[in-house]
Design a protein around this ligand. Structure first.
Ligand SMILES: NC(=O)c1ccc[n+]([C@@H]2O[C@H](COP(=O)([O-])OP(=O)(O)OC[C@H]3O[C@@H](n4cnc5c(N)ncnc54)[C@H](O)[C@@H]3O)[C@@H](O)[C@H]2O)c1
Length: 245
């Protein structure tokens, strides 16, 4: 499948890498030249890049080279979007920006192309309503780092074309992810995973504000009690850096 990824930051670069490794032809675009260069470097020699995967025996050299051949990065927007069957939007979490990008995508993408957003929580209804193809708009929410995490939260509503849900679920499964389809809530931010996480973080912050425990102690207790890889406050830092530090 021909895929365009919009935004080459922490998520977009990793998502583009995963999609290319799964056999798709992927173009990842960004407005920022530096982000493009960083993304290209990240997918080749970065912590989760192809070189390390080969060195660690997780990927054959030939498969890595083939995936890299299918993956391009640039600041060109119109070309890749005009040729895409699926577009995965990964620009920063600002509703005004996402709506602007979705309007552009709707204008430039082929009429049957699927427009997916990796928003962390904006309602599908808001993004779908900014296009003339609401049935072809869907949320495909990934977790960081995309190369590692099996998370695939797929958010739909009554307008979403069942074929679109099936196609995106199949592509996610083809990427080695566990697609879970959930319903959009037009008034709530966070779908399922981030709503539940936010509730937990509110309580963790309250514990610290009350002087009951430090950030570090809350993190340590949650790791030791629930077997989480890191505690609630460390998750925020990891997500913004892409776990590269
Ligand atoms: N970081 C995480 O852990 C995480 C996890 C799941 C979902 N998300 C969501 O993924 C999205 C992207 O997050 P991120 O962490 O990758 O952000 P980021 O800041 O690392 O990357 C965003 C990129 O989008 C680019 N951009 C801005 N406007 C653009 C435009 N009009 N066209 C093309 N590119 C544009 C920026 O230059 C930047 O490189 C957000 O909606 C975020 O909430 C993030």
């Amino acid at each position: 499948m021909q895929i365009a990824v919009i935004g080459a930051g922490v998520m977009g670069s990793g998502i583009a890498q995963v999609l290319a490794q799964a056999g798709n032809v992927v173009h990842c675009t960004d407005v920022d030249e530096d982000a493009v260069a960083k993304a290209r470097e990240g997918v080749t020699t970065g912590r989760y890049g192809f070189e390390r995967a080969v060195t660690r025996g997780k990927l054959d050299r030939a498969d890595a080279d083939a995936a890299l051949d299918r993956l391009t990065f640039s600041t060109d927007f119109e070309g890749p979007v005009g040729n895409a069957e699926l577009i995965v939007e990964c620009v920063p979490e600002r509703l005004d920006l996402k709506i602007k990008v979705f309007r552009e995508l709707d204008r430039l993408a082929p009429p049957n192309a699927i427009l997916a957003s990796n928003s962390s929580g904006f309602p599908l209804a808001a993004l779908a309503a900014s296009t003339d193809r609401p049935g072809n708009v869907i949320i495909w929410h990934w977790a960081s780092p995309p190369v590692v995490m099996k998370f695939a939260e797929i958010v739909v509503n009554d307008d979403t074309d069942p074929k679109v849900i099936e196609t995106v679920s199949e592509i996610a499964a083809g990427c080695g992810k566990n697609p879970v389809v959930v319903k959009d809530h037009p008034m709530a931010w966070g779908y399922v995973a981030n709503r539940v996480y936010a509730a937990m973080l509110t309580e963790a912050s309250r514990v610290v504000a009350e002087g009951v425990a430090s950030h570090e102690d809350v993190n340590q207790l949650m790791v030791d009690c629930f077997g989480w890889p890191v505690g609630p406050f460390a998750m925020i830092k990891g997500a913004t850096t892409g776990w590269k530090d």
